[in-house]
Design a protein around this ligand. Structure first.
Ligand SMILES: Nc1ncnc2c1ncn2[C@@H]1O[C@H](COP(=O)(O)OP(=O)(O)O)[C@@H](O)[C@H]1O
Ligand SMILES: [Mg+2]
Length: 246
């Protein structure tokens, strides 16, 4: 047991817990994985976004430990910025600048690159995605899918080792979802994709099922996802919306 815990995994949670205002949001999460495509599935409110924020070092655990690519992301913010990227569901929560190139350059400036280096690298990434023409485009003029792509380019420009996707495709139409998915498939970095929709995680190397702040099952996607779907259909037949305290 001890020997396993000492091995370096890409994502390593040991008895991780998170509480806010006396309420337990996550508890007893132990997960060790070096898979390239890791999925986390769970209902709304199961704690997925809280886990995403912990993994990105944006929240401090209340219990246990958490390492990403060997780094204590909460304690070492500089290393975390170089290692973990995160894409949120709503691009409006991520975008700060009015124009595309400066938005992409911002993360690179945060990583300590000079202004000219960051601008040049932002252009390089735009060209890589065949979007050099977007450089001076006002972000507000872009469609929702295009805004998602800007966020994706901005985070990939920072060359994270792990990219956390917190339901970034929820609410997008099927073609946009497929197009963004293809961009992701092309990049060689490790993905930790969080979703309530099992369809998003089909074919993933590993899926971890989160329910009310606890991991209830882990394994290959074709084992865990059908069980999850069956349970969601079962719960859909109940009326848990009427309970206020859950
Ligand atoms: N800062 C907070 N204060 C109070 N409750 C919170 C806070 N953050 C999350 N929660 C609660 O924790 C639960 C899990 O939230 P979240 O991680 O957003 O779940 P998910 O992303 O799976 O929908 C929800 O019931 C939510 O209301
Ligand atoms: Mg969420």
């Amino acid at each position: 047991m001890q020997a396993t815990a000492d091995l370096r995994h890409a994502v390593q949670l040991e008895d991780l817990g998170y509480e806010v205002a006396g309420r337990v949001i996550l508890s007893g999460l132990t997960l060790r994985s070096s898979a390239r495509r890791i999925g986390v599935v769970g209902r709304n409110g199961s704690g997925k976004s809280t886990l995403a924020r912990l993994l990105a070092g944006l929240l401090a655990p209340s219990r246990g430990t958490l390492r990403v690519e060997g780094i204590d992301v909460q304690a070492d913010r500089k290393a975390a910025l170089a290692t973990v990227g995160i894409l949120f569901q709503n691009p409006e929560h991520q975008i700060i600048f009015p124009r595309v190139q400066e938005e992409i350059a911002f993360g690179l400036r945060q990583q300590g690159r000079s202004k000219s280096e960051a601008a040049a690298e932002a252009l390089r990434v735009l060209a890589l995605f065949d979007k050099a023409g977007w450089k001076d485009a006002p972000i507000q003029s872009l469609s929702q899918g295009q805004k998602h792509l800007v966020c994706m380019m901005a985070v990939l420009a920072m060359r994270p080792q792990l990219l956390i996707l917190d339901e970034p495709f929820a609410g997008l139409d099927i073609p946009t979802k497929m197009q963004l998915g293809r961009h992701l498939d092309r990049c060689a970095i490790r993905l930790l994709h969080i979703s309530h929709d099992p369809g998003d995680l089909r074919g993933y190397d590993e899926v971890h099922w989160l329910d009310r702040g606890r991991l209830v099952a882990s394994g290959a996607a074709d084992l865990v996802l059908p069980r999850f779907t069956a349970e969601m259909i079962r719960q859909g037949g109940l009326d848990d919306l009427s309970q206020l305290s859950d």
